[in-house]
Design a protein around this ligand. Structure first.
Ligand code: MG
Length: 750
């Protein structure tokens, strides 16, 4: 039986080979010759101990030609894939030796491998930092998203107990002295920035007892808890807002801004939060599901002599319904009808329709697109009257309505948010909304919360650059700080504001707060790393920091890479691991208060293009991804990213991982006072690819040097390089010369 089976398999194999050969016999395959070599840079120590191996990958016959005689190849030709061993003699001289190997194959471009050998007196640097004494000196804050950080109870939603279970990681690996939690209050959306109750906690995250446990456990690890506070607006389903909207006599009516005629009321100066002029009345939303439209057979007449101010007149009629074919359209109805007008010539158009629309109507000059000002409407708060001409505009282009509505104000072009009314900035602390919100903050501060991150502070008052927001924030800070001190805390409460702008636009905010995020730090740093040019990065940052200090002596900017509202750092850096590592080294050696955003330390990538969720991916703690806190992000997770290799478990075990760069530099920052609380100042090193600065605090002084080039850089250094305390990549010293490898960073203690 076995013999028969063997016979059958043999015949089948022969047939398979024949058919395969037959199928290809009439064609000459068009094989493109390829050639690559790895690595393309080889550096020998002066004593040249060891052999360097270059892997050659090609489909052809290759030759290798050395350009110098001080190194030797074990072979100079080969067929297909292979390797070349390179050995060098001892370099007894005081000059570095360089050379190259040209690898050639017919039909593909040559590949050149650079070979160099350090001078006899060049010393490879290694880092020998002082032993960390466990006293965390730096104020390194870890930004985490409660819903996607760590889930303790298996419901797929991150929670307080989950955070508490990761405090060792946050303290020992990340070196964190504070955590900024995403909004913890009940809210309308998963992200929490539309709060429903400032006095309670989202039950999905745990109980108040769980939260108190987290506060206590974190404190025992030397970690403060900061809450994300949303002062610009509440969710539009907040009970305060629902009551205020339903009843003009509600005690909450003053918490928000309502108007039947926003444009007119602003001009009349009825709202202390808006100036009478210079602010358009946009970003108002009609309350509830009120019927603002009309129903009946109507004739619409358009007088379109000019695109800037066409006029529409509506009349009731018994005439027959019409169909037009012009480029002017009426858009209306609860089922979104779009009908062309009849062109009467000379800029006149008309149409008769059976009209039924709760929201009113708009005029359009395209049936396909809303772009480029093709939508014409009216001014929010104005109503159209039968038989009376109504002037259209395509800038505000609010719905044209038949009845008066009551509108409420929301800055963010979304009816999910309702902006708070704090009245005049210099009296803001007397407003009911301020008093209630401050009372809610008191509750959490008295419970042990040590700081707040304030959302969208440049939008609270109408102008980003007026003094109103800083004035308001100063009152808020003073209130919270008084509560903090009365609770028995030493020092001041920490508070950082989000002003999503370039650094100079944030200067005035230091009049109100001790800290403001420095978005410019990352926006400039990613250009430095991607362009491989330090440019004016260092002088710009030092200039910003001096400007903050001039404004406020205790100013400390919140420096960061990306956050939950931006594309991930790794995406911005083209997923280049050397650049990601160096970005971490920049962040943790610069002045200010570093914020590390959940997942940055693992090299998470993601952009906002398909949804913000893609930059808010759950932490992958273990190689096995089964326990991800992913439920609140739905399907908007890049599963191709969440492989075992990116997990905390894998990266902790890999000394060369990005996570270990964060760990090394966070520990360094906690070890040296000059890094922890020092100020940056300029050095005399001048090289387009080198960013360097001193960090100085009292008698403690460090020299920080980053090479952002894609190749070695040799520079002269005036300061002592005797004590290297941190090294990313490679560095060699020869007297006053420092040779830094590509994307390498070094820190010297002076
Ligand atoms: Mg949970």
């Amino acid at each position: 039986m076995k013999r028969i089976l063997k016979y059958i398999l043999t015949v089948a194999a022969i047939i398979a080979v024949l058919s395969s050969c037959g199928g290809n016999s009439k064609e000459t395959p068009d094989v493109k010759v390829t050639l690559s070599a790895t690595p393309t840079t080889v550096t020998f120590a002066p004593k040249a101990n060891g052999t360097k191996v270059i892997a050659v990958s090609t489909t052809g016959d290759w030759t290798a030609t050395p350009s110098a005689t001080w190194f030797h190849l074990d072979k100079t030709s080969g067929k297909g894939k292979g390797s070349i061993s390179v050995t060098a003699d001892e370099n007894a001289g005081s000059d570095e030796r360089t050379g190259s190997i040209r690898i050639s194959v017919s039909g593909a471009p040559d590949v050149t491998v650079s070979v160099s050998q350090l001078a006899d007196n060049m010393v490879a640097l290694s880092a020998s930092p002082a032993q960390f004494d466990g006293n965390k000196r730096a104020s390194t804050t870890y930004q985490l998203l409660v819903y996607s950080f760590a889930d303790s109870d298996g419901d797929g939603i991150g929670d307080f107990n989950g955070i508490a279970s990761k405090l060792d990681y946050l303290s020992d690996v990340m070196g964190a002295t504070a955590l900024w939690l995403s909004p913890v209050h009940p809210a309308m959306s998963y992200h929490g920035y539309d709060v429903l109750d400032y006095f309670s906690l989202n039950p999905e995250y745990g109980t108040e007892a769980d939260f108190r446990n987290l506060l206590a456990a974190a404190k025992a690890k030397g970690i403060d808890i900061y809450l994300d506070y949303v002062l610009n607006h509440s969710g539009s389903k907040h009970p305060w807002f629902l009551e205020a909207a339903a009843d003009e006599t509600s005690p909450y009516r003053d918490y928000y801004i309502f108007s039947e005629n926003p444009s007119g009321d602003i001009k009349a100066g009825l709202f202390a939060m808006f100036p009478k002029t210079g602010y358009d009345a946009g970003q108002w939303f009609p309350l509830g599901d009120a019927d603002l439209g009309a129903k009946g057979r109507f004739r619409f007449d358009l007088d379109w002599k000019s695109d800037s101010a066409p006029v529409v007149t509506v009349t009731e009629t018994d005439a027959a319904v019409e169909m037009g074919s012009s480029e002017k359209y009426i858009y209306y109805g609860n089922d979104d009808k779009c009908r062309a007008f009849v062109d009467d010539g000379d800029g006149k158009y008309h149409i008769v329709v059976d009209f039924n629309s709760d929201w009113g109507f708009l005029i359009r000059t395209s049936s396909e697109t809303w772009d480029n000002g093709t939508k014409y409407g009216g001014k929010a708060g104005s109503i159209i009257t039968f038989g009376e001409p109504y002037v259209l505009n395509n800038t505000e282009a609010a719905d044209i309505v038949f009845k008066a509505a009551t509108y409420y104000h929301s800055h963010f072009w979304t009816d999910w948010f309702a902006d708070f009314n704090y009245g005049a900035a210099d009296e803001a602390d007397k407003s009911k909304a301020f008093i209630d919100l401050a009372s809610s903050a008191d509750k959490w501060i008295n419970m042990g919360v040590a700081g707040l991150r304030l959302d969208a502070v440049k939008h609270i008052y109408w102008s980003e650059t007026s003094s109103e927001n800083p004035t308001f924030l100063d009152k808020w800070y003073d209130h919270c700080n008084a509560t903090y001190k009365a609770a028995g805390n030493s020092g001041d409460i920490f508070m950082v504001g989000e002003v999503f702008s370039d650094a100079p636009a944030t200067y005035s905010y230091y009049d109100g707060l001790p800290s403001v995020f420095e978005f410019s730090f990352w926006w400039k740093l990613k250009n430095v790393l991607n362009n491989r040019s330090a440019g004016t990065f260092v002088s710009d940052i030092i200039g910003y920091h001096n400007s903050y200090k001039a404004r406020r002596s205790d100013a400390v900017p919140g420096i960061k890479l990306s956050n939950h509202d931006e594309d991930r750092a790794a995406s911005d850096l083209g997923k280049s691991l050397p650049k990601e590592k160096q970005a971490a080294a920049f962040l943790l050696t610069a002045g200010g208060r570093p914020f590390i955003y959940q997942g940055e330390e693992l090299g998470y990538w993601g952009t906002k293009a398909s949804g913000d969720e893609y930059v808010r991916t759950p932490m992958m703690w273990n190689k096995n991804s089964s326990s991800l806190a992913s439920k609140r992000l739905g399907s908007k997770i890049d599963k191709s990213m969440l492989t075992a290799s990116i997990s905390v478990e894998t990266q902790l075990a890999d000394e060369a991982s990005l996570l270990n760069v964060y760990k090394t530099f966070s520990t360094l920052r906690n070890t040296y006072p000059a890094l922890a609380e020092g100020e940056m100042s300029a050095t005399s090193i001048r090289d387009p690819a080198i960013a360097s600065w001193y960090m100085i605090s009292g008698n403690s002084k460090l020299l920080v040097i980053h090479n952002v080039a894609n190749s070695d850089k040799t520079i002269e250094v005036d300061d002592s390089m005797a004590h290297c305390v941190a090294l990313l990549g490679t560095a060699y010293v020869d007297g006053t010369s420092l040779k830094l490898g590509a994307n390498s960073s070094v820190v010297f203690e002076l």
